[in-house]
Design a protein around this ligand. Structure first.
Ligand code: ATP
Ligand code: MG
Length: 393
């Protein structure tokens, strides 16, 4: 019934010379997302995108709604001839299946050549609808149904449904960031929220085989795969760093209560090196203030001090339930709660320090060859495409 999808996108970020690259990227991302669906031509006019469909528009709309950042809303649109009878017939087709008791017609007429004025069109259509659907009455303030009519050069466009979408900025429009991706609930959500603001995210996972199992790695690859459709290019590069030597070294220090603090400092050092190599502008973590000992303000301060690169913590102000709600929405939750060990859960000391200072951390690190351990771990880091599980490097 609906041959066209009208796609609306954010306008605030469309000022100036960013506009064209924003739109081109959004078009590219839409095409990537719609691969394998029955879509036809995609056109961009006057700040909107129109996608032709062969009628089965629901699957196309669902994918765009679920996965494409930068889209504000979508409407399935009926295109009719620029002729009143044809427009009325279109109105009838749209209203036929809809629930509701009241309606209004809202017309826009950018094509001034059309013989009827906007109020004339509203009246003619309103009268037609009242006659065709005796159960409907007009309510201009709070109608159940709003029938939108746009009189354009290319024809009359009619729609009533406005499907809200994800908003945000097109995936990849901002630059690259490295997400420290564990197997937990939080870090995939942090990745998703960064992608929402246009970050092209690559994952970095610290893996401590044989202390953690192959299956825990598979779980993280699966999380990467689940994040792929939101990400730039519809894929997800995942760096796997062998962390075992560092974990072993951390078991030998004379300050076991600092082992988590030091472990996190190693993670940030390695992440920073990788970010520099990959030309990324930020690290991203799933920290939420006060959630665990390593996420107190003092801990974050001491852990953060090993690097100058910006660290994005999109969950910092969120409660656990809010994070869980998002992870359920993006469907990473079920994978995140699978009970496989993470390197942080295996090595948790009995009483982790909640107020570690930089001086204490430096003193404990004095017992280790920090630079050597970082270099060794980096040399053993390889990369896979989580969307296909193919080895890249
Ligand atoms: P998550 O649910 O993301 O695992 P968490 O609440 O369990 O988070 P922590 O284990 O303290 O919190 O980890 C804090 C952050 O450190 C994680 O969100 C993640 O960004 C990073 N992190 C922890 N473990 C790893 C790991 N094995 N590999 C990569 N990053 C990790
Ligand atoms: Mg964790």
């Amino acid at each position: 019934m609906y041959p066209l999808l009208l796609v609306r996108y954010g306008e605030i970020s469309l000022k100036g010379r960013n506009r064209k690259s924003f739109e081109d990227l959004l078009m590219r991302n839409i095409k990537t997302t719609l691969r394998g669906t029955p879509y036809g031509k995609i056109r961009k006019t006057f700040g909107r995108i129109y996608i032709e469909t062969n009628g089965s528009w629901e699957e196309i709309a669902r994918r765009l709604q679920q996965h494409v950042f930068g889209i504000v809303s979508i409407s399935p649109v009926l295109r009719r001839e620029l002729e009143l009878g044809s427009i009325q017939e279109g109105a009838r087709l749209i209203l036929e299946g809809l629930p509701g008791q009241t309606f209004k017609v809202e017309t826009r007429r950018p094509n001034k050549k059309f013989p009827l004025t906007t109020p004339e069109i509203n009246n003619a259509l309103g009268g037609f609808i009242l006659r065709s659907f005796p159960h409907l009455s007009v309510d201009v303030h709070n109608p159940d149904i709003t029938l939108h009519v746009e009189i354009r050069q290319e024809g009359a466009f009619l729609y009533s449904q406005v499907i809200p979408c994800l908003g945000g900025l097109p995936a990849g429009s901002s630059g690259k960031g490295i997400l420290l991706l564990s197997g937990g609930i939080d870090s995939p959500v942090a990745g998703y929220l960064s992608m929402k603001r246009g970050v092209a995210v690559e994952g970095l996972h610290f893996y401590s085989y044989p202390f953690t199992t192959e299956r825990s790695k598979e779980k993280v690859i699966e999380l990467g795969r689940l994040l792929s459709p939101y990400n730039a290019h519809g894929s997800f590069k995942l760096w796997i760093c062998h962390f075992t030597e560092i974990q072993k070294a951390l078991q030998t220090i004379s300050y076991p209560e600092l082992s988590i603090t030091l472990m996190r400092r190693f993670m940030l050092r390695i992440g920073t090196e990788l970010a520099n190599r990959e030309k990324a502008y930020a690290l991203i973590t799933g920290d939420s203030l006060g959630q665990v000992a390593s996420q107190t303000m003092e801990s974050i301060y001491t852990i953060n001090s090993v690097t100058n690169i910006p660290i994005y913590r999109p969950l910092i102000g969120m409660d656990k339930q809010e994070i869980i709600d998002i992870s359920q929405k993006i469907e990473t939750y079920e994978t995140s709660i699978l009970p496989y060990d993470d390197c942080c859960t295996v090595f948790v000391p009995k009483n982790p320090a909640t107020r570690p200072t930089i001086e204490q951390a430096l003193e404990a690190e004095g017992e280790l060859d920090v630079a050597g351990l970082v270099e060794e771990a980096l040399s053993k880091t390889h990369c896979i495409d989580a969307s296909t599980s193919q080895e890249i490097i």
